[in-house]
Design a protein around this ligand. Sequence first.
Ligand code: ATP
Length: 302
Amino acid sequence: LIGLYGPLNYIGTIYRALIQSFVDTESMFDLLNKKVVIVDSIDAVEVPSGPLPLNVNNVSFHYSEDQPILKNISFTVPPGKTIAIVGPSGGGKSTIIRLLFRLYDVTDGSICLGDTDIRHMKLKSLRGSIGIVPQDTVLFNDTIGYNIRYGRPGATDEEVEAAAEAAQILDLIKSMPEGYDTIVGERGLKLSGGEKQRVAIARTILKNPDFLLLDEATSALDSITESQIQMNLKELARGRTCVVVAHRLSTIKSADTILVLRNGNIVQSGTHEELVNIPGEYHKLWKLQRNPRKNSCDQNDQ
Ligand code: ATP
């Protein structure tokens, strides 16, 4: 029996680690209804160090076989550069983010960091090197300090404070009687969408990842909050290899490359200056956002 203790304990540790990572992932992405079946391959490697490009090669993906979502898409993000993905609702933008974080595996093609396929990387190492600010940040029913420190559990109080300050959430924390010990989430203090996103930004600053995935919130923010958040996100993206899904075109004017995704296809790519004045999907989206009322009545213009 004693001989069994080691292996059983080992299995128990793996089980707990797996469950923990499922719980964390599920909490962050609200995947409670979805089966998470991604596990390490036997020969999985660590993410190679050094500045790496992100290569998406001929990727196709479907959630269910009868509904293709991404159709043979390819793009590269050079190290330290930002690529923005825009396009009509349902086109597959958030799905790309999910694939890059390996919440699902591609149906066809490959996603590589440098030359290594992410399916050959240890999940923990992969997700450790990626910071993600999702559309709707889910906060744990715990203290705001815990929620920020989650980005790097070993961080010191000073580091947490610096991250909170950089994400412009420090004033709010200091204004609360219990400060960092204030309970947030469903059973605690409810934060606005913008405030939750700032917590996610603080987490990500602490994590200090090489790769950054930003899924911009669709919910309307007031224009002051929005422009502050844009500044924060821009600062966060500096020097990191970044993929941002944008719903407001104003936020990605400075991206190194913009991809326009429609029905799972990349229909245009280029910089804002290159795309804005030529006929095409980007021009239409830009006009629509500039003047939503005119264009919503002007369907023939499509
Ligand atoms: P939006 O701009 O509205 O956020 P999007 O371009 O980010 O849209 P996705 O969220 O990637 O689009 O969704 C692409 C398509 O995949 C949609 O038709 C959506 O209904 C479908 N879809 C998304 N998640 C799932 C899922 N877990 N299971 C099945 N279908 C899904």
